[in-house]
Design a protein around this ligand. Structure first.
Ligand SMILES: *Cc1c(COP(=O)(O)O)cnc(C)c1O
Length: 480
């Protein structure tokens, strides 16, 4: 046999050069946010022109490829950590966790089973315990798992809820969620094979909260028809407005009706670390399961979601399979195999970045950052209210604020208002100076800022609002 020369390796020298260049690029990216444009715009055609090629048979110099990637790929990707990225839910991230991810990947730690990596499993147990405590879940009995994101956490939760409440026959099972629930829940319900007739979308009230009376009526009617109400999904921090559903009331209904109480706190739950958030999250500790997205307001880089459950057995009872090729690595029950607690077998070592960032910065730093961003949204609301030009459509809630251009005295009709606000957003994005898009609230086009980035300042917001005002005034000149 010929000696193998294809080991997919670089020389020590080349590894170091390549590695240092990557680190230098990441550090520079973190240090020069202000000079960058947050928005990337590119058509398929433009991207094809940059990248389309056959897989090369022959390799090339690492530095050259890296330079090409930095120049063409990274600059054509929206920067969700930019201080002026206000849309969707930004991903401010943090450098400590970025490096932790590099370590986890660099050592390619298998975070599936205890025997493979006891320390990785232990760190997941420990960090899940930290989160259980933060959210007021039972620390001994409770459990959880890190996932790729909130969507997977919700899917894992609903799979568990169905298993525990319905067993194998879920033909009569009914699930309840509000019209403000995140789309990932509907996706999960569909993945699980529920029929449309098994889903109840309950309207929300004027503040976008679950209309409790309508929910009660719906559950009662379903019971009379011999159906099985089995799961309710509440949201703590809706994506649109940051609204928190009436958790305590919903918890009581679920308890009385023997319904699984899931809270989707992917976006907002982390606010519990702040004083204001803690008030809002009252009742959260009563949930059977809770989705949190550390890659949002816990400032972790993608991908990191988390599902917490009241009782860790819920997860093992739902996901444990015992194939013969895993029988040698079962271990005892205190030594958790996370492949028995969720969908993935091979898993990356997500706990490490959470662990290292909390160890290095301390929880207090996270509390301060979260509190600051809630305050920043409130200050933005004050600024808008002081102006003749702006209307606050929904007050600052959990660092989200919704507003629209609506100058006093101009009496624009509904359509003109929608048009000017759409125009503002489109032109802000086209300028690439800020990522600011619209949403629809009560049938109106509104601008939405999600201000969870602790590196965003009131001056950043001011500059963006002035840009909006400038665009709106030019538009008025054009249309008059
Ligand atoms: C972002 C979000 C999700 C989806 O989470 P991903 O991490 O994007 O998969 C689910 N629910 C809510 C409320 C969210 O804000």
């Amino acid at each position: 046999m010929k000696k193998n020369t294809a080991k997919l390796e670089l020389s020590e020298e080349a590894m170091k050069t390549y590695g240092y260049q990557v680190v230098d690029a990441i550090v520079e990216h973190h240090l020069t946010q202000k000079d960058q444009k947050p928005v990337a715009l590119g058509s398929r055609e433009e991207m094809d022109n940059l990248f389309l090629e056959e897989a090369p048979e022959k390799g090339s110099d690492p530095s050259g490829v890296l330079e090409f990637v930095l120049e063409k790929v990274m600059t054509n990707s929206t920067n969700m950590a930019h201080p002026k990225s206000y849309s969707f839910v930004p991903g401010p991230s943090n450098y400590v966790s970025v490096m932790a991810d590099a370590l986890a990947t660099g050592f390619n730690v298998f975070s599936g089973g205890w025997v493979a990596s006891p320390a990785a499993a232990e760190l997941e147990i420990i960090t899940i315990q930290w989160l259980l405590k933060i959210f007021g879940f039972p620390s001994k009995k409770g459990g959880g798992i890190f996932t790729s994101g909130g969507s997977m956490a919700n899917l894992t939760a609903l799979t568990t809820a169905r298993r525990i409440k319905c067993g194998p026959d879920f033909s009569k099972a009914i699930i309840y969620l509000s019209d403000q629930a995140h789309s990932s829940n509907i996706k999960a319900i569909r993945v699980l094979g529920f029929k449309k007739e098994q889903i109840r979308i309950i309207p929300t009230d004027i503040e976008f909260k679950f209309a409790v009376n309508k929910l009660k009526n719906c559950i009662a009617k379903d019971r009379l028809e011999g159906l099985q109400p089995f799961c309710l999904i509440a949201t703590s921090g809706t994506t649109n407005t940051g609204t928190v559903d009436p958790l305590t009331e919903l918890a009581a209904i679920c308890k009385e009706e023997d319904i699984w109480f899931h809270i989707d706190g992917a976006y907002g739950a982390a606010a519990i670390l702040s004083k204001k958030g803690k008030q809002l999250m009252k009742g959260m500790e009563k949930a059977d399961s809770l989705t949190v997205d550390p890659h949002k307001w816990f400032y972790q880089p993608y991908e990191m979601g988390c599902l917490l459950v009241r009782n860790h057995k819920y997860l093992s009872q739902t996901f444990t399979e015992k194939p013969e090729y895993l029988r040698d690595i079962e271990g005892n029950t205190s030594e958790i195999n996370f492949y028995d607690h969720g969908i993935q077998l091979t898993r990356r070592f997500r706990a490490l970045k959470f662990y290292m960032s909390i160890k290095i910065f301390g929880l207090a730093e996270f509390r301060t950052a979260i509190s600051y961003t809630i305050e920043l949204a409130e200050q933005t609301e004050k600024r808008l209210r002081k102006s003749q030009l702006w209307e606050v459509v929904f007050p600052a809630t959990l660092a989200v604020i919704n507003f629209r251009y609506n100058p006093i005295g101009q009496n624009m009709d509904a359509e003109a208002l929608d048009r000017v606000n759409q125009h503002i957003s489109e032109n802000v994005v086209a300028s690439r100076k800020a990522l600011l898009v619209t949403t629809i609230l009560h049938g109106q086009v509104v601008l939405r800022m999600c201000l969870i980035n602790p590196r965003t300042t009131l001056e950043d917001v001011e500059e963006t609002l002035q840009l909006c005002e400038h665009i709106a005034q030019n538009y008025a000149v054009l249309t008059n």
